[in-house]
Design a protein around this ligand. Sequence first.
Ligand code: F6R
Length: 599
Amino acid sequence: MVAGLKRLEYRGYDSAGVAVLADGGLAMAKRAGKLVNLEKALGDRPLPAGTTALGHTRWATHGPPNDANAHPHLDDSGRVAVVHNGIIENFAALRTELAGRGHVLRSDTDTETVAHLLAEEFSSCADLGEAMRLVCRRLEGAFTLVAVHADAPGVVVGARRNSPLVVGVGEGEAFLASDVAAFIAHTRSAVELGQDQVVEVRRDAVAVTGFDGRPARGRAYHVDWDVSAAEKGGYDYFMLKEIAEQPKAVADTLLGRIDEAGSLVLDELRISASELCEVDKVVIVACGTAFHAGLIAKYAIEHWTRIPCEVELASEFRYRDPILGARTLTVAISQSGETMDTLMALRHAREQGSKVLAICNTNGSTIPRESDAVLYTHAGPEIAVASTKAFLTQLVACYLVALYLGQVRGTQWGDEVRAVIRDLAGIADAVERVLATMEPVRALARTLADKRTVLFLGRHVGHPVALEGALKLKELAYMHAEGFAAGELKHGPIALIEADVPVVVVVPSPAGRSLLHDKIVSNIQEIRARGARTIVIAEEGDEAVVPYADHLIRVPATPTLLQPLVAAVPLQVFACELATVRGNEVDQPRNLAKSVTVE
Ligand code: F6R
């Protein structure tokens, strides 16, 4: 159980707990803080052995992360145990109702209400599955629930609405988890539950129903990675491993997308060529790093297809009444496929008649399931909270979508598409070369550990790269960092420049758009004249930047539009090293969680 929780710890890590059905009752342990605290408690006072158990690692929403608020939660009699992800929005009314019937609530959580409600329903129907269905019909909000009852040994019941739950089907054993990583060491056969479904899992049987009790089926699939992919493999941090895996991730995401004639085939796309020809606007919705991938995609989509493209933070999207219709293609980018803001944005887009294409890294997750089409990135599991390899593969997928749109609409000739594909095929090697030259970047990062602020500048696609560099530094090193469009600097932010403030500048290729390049070289001179310490990322052979770079980071020459694939990598390494020297938890930065399944 603890081994499974370890693999889920990236999803939330402020407290953890387990409960075991044993000797006709329930035994439980829970602790605030990281899983190691729970492990220590279990080492000091082991729980009795049992074959039915549940556990949880928490990212607090209701109530601070202390022992009492850690999951599982029990009913008054201590015979029902529940774990929960998500938010039960009507929990205040439920708490008042339960208190009115004499229940004693021992935590501040919304989850505990479910334990009491389940106990009540079970006492009249003596069927844990039915009790769960009855309770779920009363709950509002988002939830994955898993429960056991000491009077129903041998069965574990799960339920889901707007939050993930997968079943692992082993031989004579079964698992329920929010992510296959939890059980991948035991089985690669998974069943993904649909929206508003309840599952009853027994040693050798899995039964699925809707909340209304009607029999239903989950989608069975085989997980195409194994346990080694979910382990650190000799690296100190998952983040380092995932940075190193980027060449493979990029190459894997390109695999099988080109036919013998050199045309792009996106079989999984499930939106017909004629529908794509009708598209008159592309809207990209995403959060955080995935949003930055979307910002870069806009340049490629508009350049290659001449279709207007908007990029919007998913959390803002539906609140501004966006203009969408049957000819709008909405692209939802999400590594986890579970980000609630992105899910809500895509639902809004579909309600307005837009087709939705998901770009996603997680098979069996909610966002692709609710989209009209999906293009999977093949980054493998990304476990470090800060996104790295998923970002690069999201970019590759975006370029593929842009090229495909250009191909089916005839705005790109076959040889133009093939030329870009060739460039993309060379990126894995280019990233490998970047990775091989990162020691000076790490050394530089170590000298900046005491800085208060780091600024990032870029133009064109370099601007989102600058935003991404700043985000990585904020979340990992807890330093103030901001990304700006280099040309915007003189409209205000240049006032931030003072002696020795580090400024990272992403310089576009001098070959592609020389005007762009010349402008940014001027911007570097402007900030250097005001005392900035310039850290310049420029392609090999770009000599114009040399006189103005206090530190020069070389990346292989790439076409301008594809440069983010190489330019982002030193920024990941830079942030990771700064986090390390500042003594931060690289894989699990404070206050964050990998899948943000609440709005
Ligand atoms: C930053 C980071 C986050 C995610 C964002 C979206 O390093 O990882 O900003 O990119 O939370 O997550 P997904 O892609 O899972 O929707």
